[in-house]
Structures are given as structure tokens and as C-alpha cells.
Design a protein around this ligand. Structure first.
Ligand code: ACO
Ligand code: ZN
Length: 437
């Protein structure tokens, strides 16, 4: 699978972006038409644009030293500076939102300023990414006659979350740069960095507070039951109802790396599966996934996260495989809650491809999508889209038929990358969730 990090080649951005405001030819000075006068005009024109409006589209010098198209999301005045001295929070339109950042005016190419975009409220609201579950929740709390309030509160949310609030966190041995906004309680509004206890996930504003906390905190692993142990890897099941504060802390932490919204007030409804690398100092969280205790839509995973220092090491595939092992034990098929992020989709596509093609390679004779689904706990729709994307499905005589040439299978399997860490099912000690009376 190709890298989805922003491309760094020269073709990117600057060559394809056309400046909308060229200003035409600058009028020559009456006497000589000297370039100095031209410069003056250009300077004046640029000065008149400042400060740039929110919504402006312009080219911005990125960390690769190349210019890329951005949209101004927010601006703020630099302390103790002139009237037009602002810095700008920009979204690189070709890149994922996790690369949004504050930039200085010098980084912007004012010659490329495009028109000011004044997006309609409706556009913003419909562009909001919500999971179906979240939509349902909103519907449930919807009060008749207050449609506009819903739209307004959604808009407020969008407005409130557009700029990243916490820039870095300290967690165990790592200092981690965050990716997205997370709705920490208002008293943390003025914090750029937060300090997390890596075991109970309480967060603090200052290092000294964390040090004091660590002397008192006696947790050395996530609260809840250890349901899997294999070598140094352990999985803990945490019930959001029994460990509400932990569940909420985990959601605050996870939201820093997940763009789509999560619900924070109903952790009761979820189980959290927290994956840890264990050593003599304790069990250090590597990632987790959450799962609704009851899902009408057959979701077997709500949110999944591998913490950035541990990414691209196979933990994501392990977590996905684990979620399907739980589904198999429940005797159900499952699917991840939508929408999937870019990285989520890549990981799932890779997982589905490997699992399905491994079976097809070994299988002799015909096999149906239903049979594949029964064997893997992967929902039939996901099997169909995976095989369709790989062009392994043909429609013959009113039926979908899987056409699996061994050479083609091998090529796809190779492209799907490594399998990641295996789940040893014999080490899983777990019974499906049952409501306790
Ligand atoms: N660039 C290119 N491919 C990538 C990248 C990347 N940055 N990250 C993952 N992939 C692809 C690769 O195919 C990779 O396999 P490979 O390394 O063999 O090529 C595969 O995804 C999975 O790799 P893993 O190492 O198993 O996964 P990882 O531990 O990095 O976790 C995850 C993947 C959980 C999606 C992680 O990127 C993450 O936490 N992202 C932020 C949160 C997020 O987006 N979660 C999914 C939201 S959708 C939902 O929750 C239902
Ligand atoms: Zn603690």
C-alpha cells in the first residue's frame, strides 16, 4: 500500500495552483515606468489585503520548503505587534486535517491570494462528519420545532473544533504531537501541553502535578480484566460503566488523534479494549478500540487508535483482528462504525484483503460470500466491496461470482503488505458481554 503521508515531490501544489488575483499589469509610473514604482503598487495591493480574511485561499510554504494551497481557518493577532501583524491557522487543502497549523505571514505567498470564500452555513453543517450512531443520538435528543438549534449547535461545534487546542501531550516515555481538537474541560483551555498518567489516564496541566500524582497512583495497568496475554502483549477489557473516569479520559486522549466526533457522555454504553506492552514498570498503553455493548448496526468496533509512537508496527492490524475474534466468539458478523478515517480505511482494506485472499488461495472449489463471512466474521458487504475493489468479482447470470486466479491473488496479497502481529486465539479468555442485573 502506498504511503498516505503528504507527497513531497515538486509537482505537488505549487504547479497546479492558479493565482486568481493577478492584479493585471501594474501601472507604470508616469515618468519612467521604473520597477520601483511597480513594486510600490504591488506592495500597496498586498498591504490592502491584510490582515487576510478567514476563508482566504493562498499558497503557503510548508515544511518541505515548497508552496502548497491552503485555506485560512483562523487568525490571531501577534502580541505587542502592529495592526496587521497576525498569524494564521491554515488547512492544507491537499492534506489531511492533522497537518493544519499556525503559520507566519512570511510563509504565505500573497501574490497567489484567491477570492475570499464565504461558505454557506448549510454547506458546513452537511460537511460535518458524523457517525451514524452520533446522528442517531442527535435525532434522539432532537426536540421538535428546534431544528435550527440543532444546526446552530452543530455549527458552533464546527466553529469550536476547527483549531487544535492542545499541541502536545506527555504520556509515559513519550512526548507526542497531537493531530486534532479534543474537547477537554474548559479549565484546560489555556494549555498547550498536557501531562497524562499513562496508567489511569488522568491529565494535568503541569509536570510537577504529574510527578506528585505518579507517587500516589497505584495503578500499573488499565482498570478491568486482562483477557489476553501473549509474550509481553496484554489486552484489558474496561467497562465504561464501571470505570467511567478512565473511559472519559481515554476518549479525551483518543480524540486528539481522531477527526470524527466521539461521544463523551455515554461511555457507559461502551467496552474499551486497551492493548499494552508490559514490562517491569507496568503495562504501557499502545492503542485501543472501543465497542458498543449492544449494536443494532452490527458494529464490532466504534473507534480504533494506535498511539503515534507505536504506529506502523502492526498493532493496528492486531486490534482489528482482535475485534473480529471477539465477533467470532459472539457468533456474529461485525463491521467497523463509519466513517472510517483515511488511515482506518487503509488498515481495514489491508486486513480484509489479506484474510479473504488467504482463504481463497487455500480453498478448493466454489465458495460463497456468505461462507467467507461465516468463516471470518467479516460482514458480507465489506467482503463484496473488498473483492470488487480488487476486481475479483464478476456478475454472471444474475449472480456475483468470485474469480480468483492464483497469480492475481498473489499479486494482491503482496500489495496488501505484512500481516502484522497475530492474535493467538488460544490465549484469549473472554465471554461476550452480558448485562448484569
Ligand atoms: N501511510 C501509509 N499506509 C499506512 C499508514 C501511513 N501513515 N498508516 C497505516 N497504513 C496502512 C498500511 O497498509 C499498514 O500496513 P503496512 O505497515 O504493512 O504497510 C496498515 O495500514 C496498518 O498498519 P498497522 O501498523 O497495523 O497499523 P497502525 O498500528 O499504524 O494503526 C490506525 C492503524 C489504528 C488506523 C492508526 O493509523 C491510527 O490510530 N490512526 C489515527 C486514528 C484513526 O484514524 N483511527 C481510525 C478511525 S476509523 C474508526 O475508528 C472506525
Ligand atoms: Zn494515575
Amino acid at each position: 500500500m502506498g504511503s498516505i503521508e503528504p507527497p513531497t515531490n515538486a509537482e505537488n501544489g505549487s504547479l497546479t495552483f492558479t493565482a486568481a488575483v493577478t492584479g493585471g499589469a501594474a501601472p507604470l509610473s508616469e515618468s519612467t515606468g521604473a520597477p520601483a514604482a511597480e513594486n510600490d503598487v504591488a506592495k500597496k495591493r498586498k498591504a490592502s489585503m491584510l490582515p487576510l480574511e478567514v476563508g482566504t485561499r493562498v499558497l503557503c510554504r510548508w515544511r518541505d520548503n515548497k508552496y502548497h494551497p491552503v485555506k485560512v481557518i483562523e487568525r490571531r493577532k501577534l502580541p505587542g505587534s502592529g495592526a496587521n501583524d497576525y498569524e494564521y491557522y491554515v488547512h492544507y487543502t491537499e492534506f489531511n486535517r492533522r497537518l493544519d497549523e499556525w503559520v507566519k505571514l512570511e510563509q504565505l505567498d500573497l501574490d497567489s491570494v484567491e477570492t475570499v470564500v464565504d461558505e454557506k452555513v448549510e454547506d458546513k453543517v452537511t460537511s460535518l462528519k458524523m457517525t451514524r450512531h452520533q446522528k442517531r443520538k442527535i435525532d434522539e435528543t432532537h426536540v421538535e420545532g428546534h431544528e435550527e438549534l440543532d444546526a446552530a449547535s452543530l455549527r458552533e461545534h464546527e466553529e469550536f473544533t476547527k483549531v487544535k487546542n492542545i499541541a502536545t501531550i506527555e504520556l509515559g516515555r513519550y512526548e507526542i504531537e497531537t493531530w486534532y481538537f479534543s474537547p477537554f474541560p474548559t479549565e484546560y483551555n489555556d494549555c498547550v501541553k498536557l501531562y497524562f498518567c499513562e496508567f489511569c489516564l488522568n491529565f494535568m496541566k503541569r509536570k510537577e502535578q504529574l510527578q506528585r500524582h505518579m507517587r500516589k497512583c497505584d495503578l500499573k495497568h488499565p482498570p478491568g480484566d486482562e483477557i489476553y496475554r501473549c509474550g509481553t502483549l496484554s489486552m484489558f477489557e474496561v467497562d465504561g460503566k464501571k470505570n467511567k473516569v478512565y473511559g472519559q479520559n481515554l476518549c479525551y486522549l483518543a480524540k486528539l488523534f481522531l477527526d470524527h466526533k466521539t461521544l463523551y457522555y455515554d461511555v457507559d454504553l461502551f467496552l474499551f479494549y486497551v492493548l499494552c506492552e508490559c514490562d517491569d514498570r507496568g503495562c504501557h498503553m499502545v492503542g485501543y478500540f472501543s465497542k458498543e455493548k449492544h449494536s443494532e448496526e452490527s458494529y464490532n468496533l466504534a473507534c480504533i487508535l494506535t498511539l503515534p509512537p507505536y504506529q506502523r508496527k502492526g498493532y493496528g492490524k492486531f486490534l482489528i483482528a482482535f475485534s473480529y475474534e471477539l465477533s467470532k466468539k459472539e457468533g456474529k458478523v461485525g463491521t467497523p462504525e463509519r466513517p472510517l478515517s483515511d488511515l482506518g480505511l487503509l488498515s481495514y482494506r489491508g486486513y480484509w484483503t489479506r484474510v479473504l485472499l488467504d482463504i481463497l488461495k487455500k480453498h478448493k472449489g466454489n465458495i460463497s460470500i456468505k461462507e467467507l463471512s461465516d468463516m471470518t466474521a467479516i460482514k458480507a458487504e465489506d467482503i463484496l466491496t473488498t473483492l470488487q475493489t480488487l476486481e475479483l468479482i464478476q456478475y454472471r447470470k444474475g449472480q456475483h461470482v468470485i474469480c480468483a486466479d492464483p497469480k492475481v491473488l498473489d499479486r494482491h496479497l503482496k500489495a496488501a503488505g505484512r500481516g502484522g502481529l497475530d492474535v493467538d486465539v488460544s490465549k484469549l479468555i473472554w465471554t461476550p458481554y452480558k448485562e448484569q442485573s
